[in-house]
Design a protein around this ligand. Sequence first.
Ligand code: IVH
Length: 696
Amino acid sequence: MADQAAEVSVDDLLPLEASSELERLAAKIAIHDKAYHQNDAPTITDADYDALRQRNDAIEARFPDLVRADSPSKRVGAAVREGFSKVEHAKPMLSLGNAFSDDDIEEFFERIRRFLNLDTGQPIEVVGEPKIDGLSVSARYEGGKLVQGATRGDGTTGENITANLRTLTDLPQIIGAADVPDVLEVRGEVYMSKADFSALNARQEAAGNKLFANPRNAAAGSLRQLDPEITRARPLSMFAYAAGDISAPFAPSQWTFLDKLKAWGFVTNPLTRLCQTAEGVIALYRHIGALRADLDYDIDGMVYKVNDFAWQERLGFVSRAPRWAIAHKFPAEKAETTLNEITIQVGRTGALTPVANLQPVTVGGVVVSRATLHNADEIERLGVREKDRVIIQRAGDVIPQVVSVVIDKRPDDTKPFQFPTTCPECGSVVVQEEGEVVRRCSGGLICPAQAIERLKHFVSRNAFDIEGLGGKHIENFRNDGLIKTPSDIFRLPDHRDKLEGREGWGDKSIDNLFQALEDRKHIELPRFIFALGIPHVGQATARLLAKQYVSLKGWIAAMEDATIIGSEAFSDLTNIDGIGPAVANDIIAFIREPHNRDELERLNTLLDVQNFEAPDENSSPVAGKTVVFTGTLETIGRNEAKAKAESLGAKVAGSVSKKTDIVIAGPGAGSKLKKAEELGLQVLSEQEWIDLIRET
Ligand code: IVH
């Protein structure tokens, strides 16, 4: 992953960097947890997710003082989904640490040996079980009767899925045996077999329903149905593997515990084995790894558990995982197939992503017919061509990847892939910025793939800021074909009939919207340029352009001239302080695109874009002064305050020095305010600042 490569190594992080990195990781992991646990729709591979968690753990180990209250290491999974009642787990449902290599396994044994103070040669009995790729659940029996079923949820609180768990034939409803403790919680993994998954998807397809991406998602979607009858109709299975709350112990070890569960009618995994050494578990790992593709259920690794419960007790837990168990992950599953065609997808930001369309092939029980190729560089790196035989891999879930080309099997008539130079969606020219791998469509305003995001940007607060027209409205209008390009927004008043009767659009709100549109027809040039959403042209750049070219007409004419590389107009553009060649290229690519020029023309006839007026240096009390904003601004946004100050001829600086003239301090101002006071500078409250500039 590119953004991983750019990451600073944990050993080199400074405390401040570590703290912001932990914040970033907590937010990122929370998003992925939600996608995985609540929506059953993961968006990154398991391996990438593990990498995020590992980095978080490593930073926390180096900076224990910086561990956040909301640290992912203190959480397991995600919060419960609405719709089910909550179940507080009598004993938390924890997670497992991961091992990826033989060395990690040796170390796991060593750690246990050290902790328990065992002799070097002394065997450590370990139960090795396949790690089932499903969802963990807890089933509670009281007096031998199944009384409650719960998902793991966040490990402490899960969802009450009692009615759904009752539909599983792998779980006894009643345990008749006399030796059952009064309270017995059995935990295990609910999964869907590969055969059942294929049959279910075939039924879904025939009924015109959504297909499930993989057996795990199908199991999750089926188990977490609010209507248990739907769950009953879905073929779910379960392997039991652990205990939760238990009123009286009935087994001294994991092995005897599993035996007892079998006797009581639970299903345990038949590939479970007892091992004595690291070498023993590694041999079992290889053995089961070789069987993996032929098993009728997905497994993503092995789990090793210290057999003796008394030892488990002594070993205990570290944060969210037991010291007495570890998950040994399998590498991603691979398969060979033919790449029939490379097609291009255009994302919402205009990024062009090549996709490998494959001869359908089964990888780990899932039929894969498409894989991502990421970008043009990746195609080059792989040297992949249409019609090549390729190795693909499915790393746990989501989008499969092409790993390599089987060169020996390349047919004679192939040729290197030519990345398109025009956008397959709208025909606009494709551009690539220096130093960036991504290629983008330059038809920002007219490309259907980018339209919604561009339209939302166009009406956003720092752009046209049209009252009563939010992102959601734009999305709805666009989806219903009411607007396609920005100029259509200003033509909405011609289609009043199409707004009438829409949900949320009464006469009054339609009138208000049309009035707001009328008002916003008069717009300052910097806002207008910013609203166009040209890559890299933010508010500051838009202002620089407006200042240089003064009128919309002047700007467009100059940009058209600048499209001739080496022209005077081009050097004028790149000579503007603050506009580098990369930004200039983006602007030129935008202007070169005839569709964009047509749209600019339409906007120009509909709107009154005001010429840029340089602030009169003498009329403003802050002209020529250097000002610094610090603390929270309560009535205006930081960007707006900055833009306003600049429009009055002030220079806005980020730090306080002797050269600063005015410091505007809001609540929470800290070191900058202190420094201003030390230097005896003029300090104003936000209100005082507003009063000062209002006089102009
Ligand atoms: S034992 C405290 N055994 O893996 C230990 N977990 O990464 C609790 N899993 O949440 C887990 N097969 O969803 C255990 N044979 C197995 C398992 C297994 C799959 C899952 C389970 C757990 C996760 C931990």
